[in-house]
Design a protein around this ligand. Structure first.
Ligand code: COA
Length: 387
């Protein structure tokens, strides 16, 4: 029996910032952002979207009348949680009208949370092949105005169903992981912006990738020649390029060029959206599926990294049912219909945070199906415009 990723959908708000304009405003050479960081645009998140609404906007496209009653668990990866106690998964479960005989849980370990979800889901489906698990990664990446991390902001959500005989990726049995208590990136409870030791986090990311890749090879006896492509966690797309370059010398010259071509395919969407934290690896996987030319049976390697730090390498093969036309069309439409905001508007939206008292928000500018309409009696008020 194959188990793996059956559906993989994405949502981010329709407003975005062009990073050439940001470079001009910050008096930086635009090529530093476009080439040195590897980002061209970033999603700008309005106050009427949070991790719950973004997750609902993505997940409503993978839940339908056919699979609603098969979902056994909702595993919600995020590091931008909205409550210290109640999980974002519980709100999501209600918004998606999922049945009550379900587990709904939030998973946190920086950008690694959704990968924990995928692995837990795979184990569950192995025991309960008739059921499915909804795994979500939803985040808002905030570093602060005029900080070095500003160019690596972004936000959005991915939603996946993990099932038996999946339509996209059949997961291999072996995955290798590593964890170490370090301080490369963190966000204390009293802060709305992350703290990061950028260079250190880049170095740890590469060290973790090399360690879990070596461990994977020794456990499976597979080598780089067994891989058609790699998908990486992409806090900014240059990070994935650095990781790929760390293993490229293991490949023949011809394979190096094919891995580079597929890497370019894997960063098309991330370059235009920015960092999704938990969702980044999976947006990159979606980009690879849609933008590369892949065939059933080809093997993809996935590297997940969450600062603090947890790293995992796992792999899967393209399913016989693999078809990407609908997803490509969705992304073409999405990118063609976004609204660019100037730097002044981005800064205003960035500062417009939810107050810690009751408020009614103006949702007229937000075209999403699920929106945050305000706070009443300290409870977030979510609206499904199609209900
Ligand atoms: N043209 C092309 N490249 C240029 C350039 C130009 N005009 N100017 C600079 N660059 C390159 C630099 O050489 C450097 O490349 P390298 O990383 O290959 O050495 C890159 O652009 C970044 O420049 P640098 O001066 O190091 O950037 P910075 O000090 O502003 O910080 C980060 C960059 C990535 C460290 C910072 O944005 C950050 O901390 N981001 C968050 C990281 C993160 O998310 N970590 C946690 C998750 S893994």
């Amino acid at each position: 029996m194959h188990i793996g990723i059956d559906q993989l959908e994405f949502y981010a708000p329709s407003t975005y910032l062009d990073l050439t304009e940001l470079a001009d405003a910050r008096q930086v050479d635009p090529n530093k952002y476009l080439i040195g960081i590897g980002q061209s645009q970033q999603a700008v998140i309005p106050v009427t979207q949070d991790v719950v609404t973004m997750a609902a906007n993505a997940a409503s496209r993978v839940i339908n009348d056919e699979n609603r009653n098969k979902i056994a668990m909702v595993l919600f990866g995020t590091e931008s949680g909205i409550d210290h106690s109640k999980s974002a998964a519980m709100y999501l479960k209600r918004l998606l009208q999922l049945p009550d005989n379900i587990r709904a849980i939030e998973l946190k370990q920086a950008c690694y949370g959704a990968t924990a979800g995928v692995q837990f889901a795979r184990d569950y489906v192995a025991l309960h092949p008739e059921q499915q698990v909804l795994v979500v990664g939803s985040d808002i990446a905030r570093y602060g105005l005029k900080t070095p991390g500003e160019v690596t902001q972004g936000g959005g959500a991915v939603a996946m169903t993990i099932s038996a005989e999946p339509a996209l990726l059949n997961l291999d049995d072996v995955s290798t992981f590593r964890s170490e208590d370090i301080m490369d990136f963190w966000r204390p409870l009293y802060r709305t912006e992350a703290l990061v030791d950028g260079r250190y986090s880049e170095n740890v990311y590469i060290d973790f990738f090399k360690a879990v890749w070596a461990n994977y090879q020794s456990q499976t006896n597979r080598h780089i020649r067994d891989f058609e492509a790699f998908a990486f966690h992409l806090p900014f797309t240059k990070m994935g390029l650095k990781a790929l370059r760390a293993v490229l010398p293991e490949a023949s010259e011809q394979q190096q060029s094919q891995l580079m071509t597929n890497f370019e395919a894997s960063r098309v969407y991330n370059r235009l959206v920015g960092n999704l934290y938990t969702g980044s690896l999976y947006l990159s996987l979606r980009s690879l599926f849609d933008q590369a030319t892949l065939k059933p049976g080809q093997r993809i390697g996935l590297f997940s990294y969450g600062s603090g730090a947890e790293g995992e390498f796992y792999s899967g093969t393209i399913s016989d049912k693999f078809d990407v036309e609908a997803s490509k069309a969705w992304f073409d439409h999405y990118f063609a219909n976004r609204t660019q905001v100037d730097v002044a508007t981005y800064e205003r939206l960035f500062k417009q945070q939810l107050p810690n008292h009751d408020v009614l928000l103006d949702t007229r500018q937000d075209d999403a199906r699920f929106v945050l309409a305000g706070i009443k009696h300290d409870q977030r008020q979510y609206v499904d415009r199609e209900a």
